[in-house]
Design a protein around this ligand. Structure first.
Ligand SMILES: *Cc1c(COP(=O)(O)O)cnc(C)c1O
Length: 380
């Protein structure tokens, strides 16, 4: 029996571990020279746009909203199919997340769905590039420009992705990345924000660190309460080593995704995600499985996979059905595609150190788990 295969696993090489050791021995372990180097490297990655590092993408998104001046009385458009952090931060700055549905196969929202949800109170749009597939952004930015709206891209899944031949993060308005261990690039925990407007960078720096503004002569001033979201140097050292390997990481992810597509054709009650395309960063590979039609539940199905040594995940339950969002008035039936995805999605293992044979093992187990309940019907 082969070892247990998790659905995600960070790829940390010995050089990275040595780099962390150096930082730990250096005497300076919180934000310092490594963070500065990491931000410079990320800025190069983003075609020279300014980038600032944070303790998480959640922090980066919250600061992005504050930098854009969004607060009580404002509305922000957020897809109903995303990790709950995307909308939580809108609530945390006192604004209202206005949810919209997504496409069943791309899991992404689009300009038409966003436009239908605009009100006079809408101040910003938060597209989420789901699973690594960029949202079709040209119509979204055209709409934002027409209506005078900010765009805050939740690019947590799209480190290494591109749209229209340019990297996500190298274009657009405010763009936030996540470096959580399951993401394509990790710093343990961490995130980053890239800016179109360099004049907003200093404000973001203050919001990242207690609201402190350093004055000439060593004095300081605090005009508003900032958070405490500065990335430690230990994390930045990991990020620098990871960034150097990002292309390699994502090339491997793409190979594995392609193998999944090849091996998962023609399985009943299994619906593959939108096909590969240039610029996809393959953060997740998650088909939809009609568990009800198979006479089972996702929980039982997941246990079956786990019993075969395969870890699977759920990304994500439909967000509007969480208590905190039902309280805003959302209910079952509001976003049918998000609900179908939420009920049927199953994230399969996808990480750089997987072997081709691991994909085959997952596909074999999946085929068995889907076909066996059917073929054994009436034979037992
Ligand atoms: C992971 C994730 C986040 C939050 O990232 P953290 O770095 O863990 O705060 C936000 N949005 C989406 C879509 C994510 O997947």
């Amino acid at each position: 029996m082969s070892a247990f295969l998790p659905f995600a696993r960070p790829d940390i090489d010995e050089q990275t571990i040595a780099a962390v050791g150096e930082v730990l021995r250096s005497g300076w372990i919180t934000s310092g020279p490594q963070v500065q180097r990491f931000e410079e490297a990320l800025s190069v990655y983003c075609d020279g746009r300014p980038v600032r590092a944070f303790t998480s993408a959640t922090a980066a998104l919250e600061v992005a909203l504050e930098v854009a001046g969004i607060g009580p009385g404002d509305e922000v458009i957020v897809p109903a199919m995303t990790f709950v952090a995307s909308a939580n931060v809108v609530l945390r700055v006192g604004a209202r997340p206005v949810l919209v549905d997504v496409d069943i196969d791309t899991r992404n929202t689009d300009a038409a769905r966003i436009e239908a949800a605009l009100t006079p109170r809408t101040r910003a749009i938060m597209p989420v590039h789901f699973a690594g597939l960029p949202v079709d952004m040209a119509p979204v930015y055209a709409l934002a420009q027409r209506r005078g709206l900010r765009v805050i891209e939740d690019a947590a899944h799209t480190m290494g992705a591109s749209y229209g031949g340019r990297r996500i993060g190298a274009q657009g308005d405010l763009v936030s990345f996540s470096f959580h261990p399951n993401k394509n690039l990790t710093t343990i925990e961490g995130g980053a924000l890239t800016f179109a407007n360099a004049a907003e960078v200093e404000h973001a720096e203050r919001l990242r660190f207690h609201g402190i503004r350093k004055l000439p002569g060593g004095e300081m001033e605090v005009e508003e309460p900032g958070g405490k979201f500065n990335m430690p140097d230990v994390c930045a050292a990991i990020g620098l080593a990871q960034l150097a390997r990002l292309e390699e990481f994502n090339a491997r992810r793409r190979e594995l995704a392609r193998r999944y597509f090849e091996r998962l054709q023609g399985i009943p009650h299994l619906r593959l995600p939108a096909a590969d395309q240039p610029g996809h960063s393959w953060h997740l590979f998650a088909p939809l499985i009609d568990f009800a039609a198979l006479g089972t539940t996702r929980r039982a199905f997941m246990e079956m996979m786990q019993a075969r040594g395969i870890g699977v995940g759920v990304h994500y339950p439909a967000m509007h059905l969480f208590a905190a969002y039902r309280r805003l008035g959302y209910k079952p039936g509001d976003f049918p595609n998000a609900e179908t995805i939420g009920a049927r999605t199953l994230t399969l293992p996808l990480f750089t150190r997987m072997r081709d044979a691991d994909v085959d093992r997952v596909c074999g187990a999946l085929r068995e788990a889907i076909l066996q309940p059917i073929t054994t019907n009436g034979h037992s």
